[in-house]
Each structure stands twice: as C-alpha cells, then as structure tokens.
Design a binder for this molecule. Sequence first.
Ligand SMILES: Nc1ncnc2c1ncn2[C@@H]1O[C@H](COP(=O)(O)OP(=O)(O)OP(=O)(O)O)[C@@H](O)[C@H]1O
Length: 359
Amino acid sequence: MAVINLRNITKQFGDYRAVNNVSLDIADGEFVALLGPSGCGKTTLLRLLAGFEEPDEGTISLAGQVVADGVSRQMVAPEDRNLGIVFQSYALWPHMSVARNVGYPLEVRKMLRAERDRRIREALSIVSLENYADRSPSELSGGQRQRVALARCLVMEPRAVLLDEPLANLDVHLRETMQEAFLDFHRRTGATMIYVTHDQAEAMAMADRIAVMDRGHIRQMAAPETLYREPSDQMVAGFVGAGAVLPVGDITLQNNGRCAVRLGDADISARICARVASQTGANDALGLCLRPEDIRVDGHGTLAGKVEDCVYLGGRFRLAVRLANGHALPVYSDLRARIGENISLSVRDGWVFSRQEAA
Ligand SMILES: Nc1ncnc2c1ncn2[C@@H]1O[C@H](COP(=O)(O)OP(=O)(O)OP(=O)(O)O)[C@@H](O)[C@H]1O
C-alpha cells in the first residue's frame, strides 16, 4: 500500500479557494482522518486525490509516481490510480447479489472466474459477510451494505482506500459498530486509509493521525491525543474535544514547558506551547484551553463559579459552570449539583497556545 504526498495543493472554484496550499504526507498503512466543519474542503481534497478534480497548483504523488501536477497539467485518470473509494451512498447494484457486487470490478477487468471467486471469498471474509454472498443488497442493513462496499474496493487490492463520510447515513448505534468494522478492516489489511468526516469523535476513535481543516487550510495534523492535549490554535481547540478556551491575563514562564496563569482569583499551572513561550507576560493573543477532566469540584478550590446546568452522563455528572469573568466551563462531577449553586474549582492542568491562526 502506498505512500501519499501532496505538495502545495490549491483548488479554486471561481474565486473561492476550496483547498488552499495544502501539503500532506501519509505513510504506508496509515489511517488518516480529514476532519473539519462543513465546507472546509475535505471532500474536495479527497476528490483531488481520487483524480475527480484537477489541482490548480501543486503536485500529488502516489508511491512516488506523480499523478497530478498543477503546473504541467499532467493527470493520471481516476481508474489508473488504483484507489478504492467508499462513498456515503453505498452505490451497490440492486439487481446483483452481494458476491457479484463485490466481484463486479474484477468481471469488468475480465479476471478469470476461479481467481475472481477466491478474491470475493477473501474480501467477504475480511468484512465478516461470508454467509451473505447470495443475498441481494435489499436484504441487508445499512451497515452490512457499507461493508459490501468496503469488500468491493478491497478485491481490487488498491494502493489506498478513500472514504467519504461512509457512516453519515447510519444511526448512532450502527455508527459505533461500523467504527469497529473499519478498524478491524484496517488491522487485517494494513491498507492506507483516508477518511473524511465532520464528526470529531469518529475521527478520534479510528485515526492514527487527524488533519483538522478549516477554510481550505490544514490547521493541524497530529495524533488524536496530541490534538486534544495540545491544539495549535483556537479553531482546533474549539473543534476537537470538549472544554473551553479562555482569554488569559498575565503569564509567567516556569520550568519544563509549564507556566503560571492568572485566571480570576486562581493561579493555574499549565503546559505552554513552545512556539509561544517567548510571548509571555500580559498577552491577549494567548488562550488557555481547559479540558473537563483537568478540573475538580473542590471545597478548597480557588476558582469560583456558579452552576448553570447539570446533566447525568451515567457514572458522573457534567456541569456547565459560569465563572466570575463571565466565561462558561464544562466540568465533570461525581455528585449532582443544584442549578444556581456557587461552587469552587481546582484546575490541575491546562494548555496555553496562540489564539491567532498559524497559517
Ligand atoms: N464543483 C464545485 N463548484 C463550486 N464550488 C464547489 C464545488 N465543489 C465544492 N465547492 C465549494 O468548495 C467548498 C468546499 O467544499 P467541500 O465539499 O470540499 O467541503 P466539505 O468540507 O467536504 O464539506 P461537507 O462536510 O459539507 O461535505 C464549499 O464552499 C463548496 O461549496
């Protein structure tokens, strides 16, 4: 499976830059999610990779072969890129059995029957549908249909599998089951996978790395835990995970990549992004990202707030707390709290970063 390289890719529709100077390297066998709000350019980036769109600038290489070049206008056709594609709509033939749907791309290529049947059996087994070969797609659930679509791209032994919001049509329960199915597929095939979604939980659950996109740019590309703990800017901090980004006043640098931040009456010790550590002091360009698991409801805490909402999550409560400075903070608590109750919080960690966009 392939190494994929995008260099300075730009795609313009009229005077709107749907993809703006994007560079991206995807390793062999990696599972990468393209995550971002509606209209940020995820699907356009996937379509550029697939060959359905031509870049205005930049180059795309698959396993070292240039397949699109914005300067020379060199383009390898989608069918010659050997990429498997799974869409939101399953695009199965309703009049063909599951097995024939899966084997159809091989039939088109005139592959011999015996080899075709072997590959169909193997692909159906990978997606755990070996007992459904003779059914018609109308006799399957949405999740099973999506697994047929996965098996169909697998028989082609593609360089990589591109998935465009493949779970968007499924209900919440089935989405979780299918996340397991995709992870299992990834483990068993070692395929390079590029997965478009606007659902951060889905991206976090599956991807080795996530590229967070916003208005045509990649804001940050990192492992899910790095995006969550160390977002590079305000957009990423707000889009990935629960929590709050608060403006901070005076910041004093400490040792070991940490700093002291004044927030209301509380002094908080937080981690600080190396890139902005030189900008400490009174600085309203810096923000403090607080995640709920780093905050405790604590009679001795120094950060004061008032409970505005309390929701039972099973095992714990999620409180919406309004701080004296007017900002809202999500907090987890073992105990139920009354709406309007004054509570004190202690903060054991936070992350200070630049609120300005890096790009
Ligand atoms: N063929 C096209 N012609 C004109 N504008 C387009 C075309 N395709 C996409 N766009 C515009 O480019 C921008 C990015 O679209 P894209 O489909 O890549 O976004 P997305 O992040 O996948 O969004 P969604 O999650 O809603 O599918 C949007 O503003 C969209 O309207």
